[in-house]
Design a protein around this ligand. Sequence first.
Ligand SMILES: Cc1cc2nc3c(=O)[nH]c(=O)nc-3n(C[C@H](O)[C@H](O)[C@H](O)COP(=O)(O)OP(=O)(O)OC[C@H]3O[C@@H](n4cnc5c(N)ncnc54)[C@H](O)[C@@H]3O)c2cc1C
Length: 259
Amino acid sequence: MLSPYKRFVIVRKKQETKNVSYISFDKNLKAKPGQFVMVWIDQGIEKPFSVANSKPFELAVAAIGPGSNALCEKKEGQEVFVRGPYGKGFDYVGKRWLVVGGGYGFAPLRFLIKEGLLKNKNLKVDCVIGAREGQYLMQPLEHKAVKTIFTTDDGSVGLKGTVLVAVEKLIKQNKYDCIYCAGPEKMMKAVALLAQEYKIPSQLSIERYYKCGFGICGHCSLNGWLSCYDGPTISGQKALALPDFGLFTKDKAGRKIKI
Ligand SMILES: Cc1cc2nc3c(=O)[nH]c(=O)nc-3n(C[C@H](O)[C@H](O)[C@H](O)COP(=O)(O)OP(=O)(O)OC[C@H]3O[C@@H](n4cnc5c(N)ncnc54)[C@H](O)[C@@H]3O)c2cc1C
């Protein structure tokens, strides 16, 4: 249902990567990792963003177009209006996780690991953080129960190649209860296929162009599955059964386009 807008003021902004701003607000927001909010930025621009932290409410925003640029250009002391949180969060499965993040996709996963460690003192996490170059790598979560491997396409930091180079090696060496993955859709599909091959449960977060954010307009439908309402989190198995997954998305006007 349409929830009322809440006003949030930016109290801190830092540049997490070359194009991702990490924005902290003045209040907490009760939300589960994997849920998103709709942010009314200004001049009629409203966009969904994954909650990157709830206490305080924080977002990781990649400056790639008009809405995200306008949000990244806001300064400390400026306001935004937020509705939500919406959508389903990730499920906490078992105590040995492989977490795979590409670009800003790692932000909600870092929130997931933080919450997971609070819920389960025995949780152990291997993380793979990938980017095309070192300057686009997101920050790892520093904790004794978390081991991180970086991959870059150009080999400037960590292993050279995509996250898959590290993921397959780790899957062969360890027994994971669940693989969590968020980032570019083709990357998520490749990880979901590996998880399926090795019979490991997986959870992903699928993004589409959102308008309403709460399941009435149908703009974010992937073969009938509504990303904003049924997701954005989804099991790898369910995602692989959606014919458009990893192949087609929709533009602002609803035209089907290749990913
Ligand atoms: C559930 C959800 C969570 C999100 N979380 C974050 C987040 O934490 N941080 C963040 O930076 N962004 C996030 N996004 C993306 C964000 O909502 C905007 O789409 C993005 O900021 C681009 O908006 P824009 O107005 O800047 O540019 P636009 O002009 O809208 O888009 C710029 C380019 O990106 C493409 N694009 C836009 N939206 C999508 C999409 N959903 N999927 C694939 N391609 C797209 C467009 O086709 C265009 O090529 C999320 C989206 C969803 C659906």
